[in-house]
Design a binder for this molecule. Structure first.
Ligand code: AMP
Length: 422
C-alpha cells in the first residue's frame, strides 16, 4: 500500500491478470497432470522456451497484419535497446528452438509439449485474459495428414479424460501459399459490392487480412459472408488430398467433427488443417483449444523448411468448463497426523515428532498459535486430519505416543518413532 495525498492506493493485480490461489491451483495441477499423462501416452516430450523473445519472431511468424501482432503484443525495449516481446503464443518459439538446436532432419519427428503463460493485450472478459496459460502440443518434422489426425485426437483425448462433455471439433482447411492467394482474390471479388455494409473492422481487414472477415461475429457481416465462396472448394490438389485424408482419419477413429467454413484462426502461419474445439458452456469465448498445420512457419522466421502441426488449449477455459459442467476434481491430500501439544514445555519434542513424520513422507502438522487443547482439536478437524497425536508429560515420559483416530474416536498407544504403524 502506498499513500498519495491522503488517499490510500491499494495495489491490485494488473487488469486482465489473475492470481491462481491455492484452492484453484489444485484444479490446475489436475489438468496439467492429465495433459502430461496423455503426452506421455502419445510420446510428446516437454520443452520450455523463454517467456520473452525477439519481437521479430512473432511479427514474422504470426503475421504483421494479425490482431495479435498489430494490437495485442506486450513489446518493449530492453536496456540494451533490443525490441523484446512477451510471448503471445508458444508455437513460434518452439519452431525457433527446433531450428536453432538443429533438431530437425529427414525422418526426424519432434513431438513436444509446453505448459506456460502467454500474454496478449486483449479486452478482458470471462475466459479472456491478458496473461493466460496454454497447454501447447506440437508435432514438427512431417507433413503426413495422419499427424494432423494424431494432434486432433490427442487434444480430444485430454478433454475426454478430464471428463468434459458436449465438446465439438470444428474443422476447415485454409489452403497453402499455392491456392490461398487465388481464393483471397475470389473472396474480395465477392465482398466488394457489400463493402459499405461491412463493419468498420472488416472494412479495414478487406485489404490487410480478408480471411478474418469470415469469422467476424457481427450479424451484418455474417449475413454477407453466409454465401461467400468457400476455401475448401478452391484448394489445390495437394491441399485437397490432405483435407480428405484428415477427414478419413478422424472418421476411422470415430472422432466426430463439423466442417466450419468460417474457421480461419487468428494467426497467419496456418496452412491446410485448421481446427478448434468448442465448448457450449463458455459463451462468447467458446474455444477451449485451437490449432492446425503450419508448414511455412519455420521458413517465415528465417529457419529451414520444416512442416509441423499442433494445438494450444487455454487452461483457464478448461477449468472454467469443468466447473460449469460440475466435473469432479480429485480431492486434495488430507492431513494425516496433527500433533497436539498438551503442555507447552513439550513443544520442542512435538516439533521433532512432526519433523520426523514429514521426513518419512507423511503429511503432519502442529499448532503455531499457542491454542488450547480444545482449539487444537477443532483445528485438526477443520484441516481434515485423519489422526491426532498427543504430546504431554505422560506420553514423553512413558515413551508411548497416544494416537487418536478422528473418525472412529479410537485411541491406541504406539512407541514414538513407530507412528504410522499403529
Ligand atoms: P490461439 O493461440 O489464439 O489459437 O488460442 C488457443 C487457445 O488459447 C484458445 O482456444 C483459448 O482456449 C486460449 N486463449 C487464447 N487467447 C486467450 C485469452 N486471451 N485468454 C484466455 N485464453 C485464451
Amino acid at each position: 500500500m502506498a499513500s498519495n495525498g491522503g488517499m490510500v492506493l491499494v495495489i491490485k493485480a494488473p487488469r486482465g491478470t489473475h492470481d491462481i490461489l491455492p484452492s484453484e491451483m489444485e484444479k490446475w495441477h489436475y489438468v496439467e497432470e492429465v495433459a502430461r499423462k496423455v503426452a506421455s501416452d502419445y510420446g510428446y516430450k516437454e520443452i520450455r522456451t523463454p517467456i520473452f523473445e525477439h519481437t521479430e519472431l512473432f511479427s514474422r511468424g504470426i503475421g504483421d497484419t494479425t490482431d495479435i501482432v498489430e494490437k495485442e503484443m506486450y513489446t518493449f525495449k530492453d536496456k540494451g535497446g533490443r525490441s523484446i516481446t512477451l510471448r503471445p503464443e508458444g508455437t513460434a518459439s518452439i519452431v525457433r528452438a527446433i531450428g536453432e538446436h538443429k533438431l530437425y532432419g529427414k525422418g526426424k519427428l519432434q513431438k513436444l509439449f509446453m505448459i506456460g503463460p502467454m500474454f496478449r493485450y486483449e479486452r478482458p472478459q470471462s475466459g479472456r485474459y491478458r496473461q493466460f496459460w496454454q497447454l501447447d502440443f506440437e508435432a514438427i518434422g512431417s507433413s503426413d495428414p495422419y499427424l494432423d489426425v494424431e494432434i486432433i485426437a490427442l487434444s480430444v483425448e485430454i478433454f475426454s479424460r478430464l471428463g468434459l462433455k458436449g465438446l465439438s471439433v470444428e474443422l476447415n482447411s485454409v489452403g497453402c501459399p499455392k491456392c490461398r492467394p487465388k481464393y483471397k482474390e475470389l473472396l474480395k471479388d465477392y465482398l466488394r459490392p457489400y463493402f459499405d455494409d461491412l463493419c468498420e473492422s472488416c472494412q479495414s481487414r478487406f485489404d490487410r487480412n480478408v480471411l478474418r472477415i469470415l469469422d467476424c461475429k457481427n450479424e451484418g457481416c455474417r449475413r454477407i459472408t453466409e454465401s461467400a465462396p468457400r476455401m475448401v472448394d478452391y484448394l489445390c490438389e495437394e491441399c485437397s488430398w490432405h483435407f480428405e485424408e484428415v477427414k478419413k482419419g478422424l472418421n476411422s477413429l470415430g472422432i466426430p467433427y463439423k466442417i466450419n467454413h468460417r474457421l480461419v484462426r487468428g494467426l497467419d502461419y496456418y496452412t491446410k488443417t485448421a481446427y478448434e474445439v468448442i465448448s457450449g458452456e463458455l459463451g462468447a469465448q467458446n474455444a477451449v483449444c485451437g490449432g492446425g498445420r503450419y508448414d511455412g512457419l519455420s521458413e517465415d522466421i528465417g529457419g529451414p523448411s520444416i512442416p509441423g502441426v499442433g494445438f494450444a488449449a487455454g487452461v483457464e477455459r478448461i477449468v472454467l468448463t469443468m466447473e460449469q459442467q460440475e466435473v469432479a476434481f480429485p480431492r486434495s491430500r488430507g492431513m494425516e497426523y496433527f500433533v497436539v501439544v498438551l503442555d507447552s514445555r513439550y513443544k520442542e519434542f512435538a516439533a521433532r515428532v512432526v519433523y520426523e513424520l514429514r521426513h518419512r513422507g507423511i503429511y503432519a502438522d502442529m499448532d503455531y498459535f499457542g491454542r488450547s487443547l480444545k482449539a487444537q482439536m477443532r483445528y485438526a478437524d477443520t484441516m481434515g486430519a485423519r489422526k491426532v497425536v498427543f504430546v504431554g508429560q505422560e506420553e514423553v515420559d512413558s515413551g508411548m505416543a497416544k494416537v487418536k483416530d478422528m473418525q472412529t474416536g479410537e485411541q491406541v498407544e504406539v512407541e514414538w518413532g513407530k507412528i504410522g504403524n499403529e
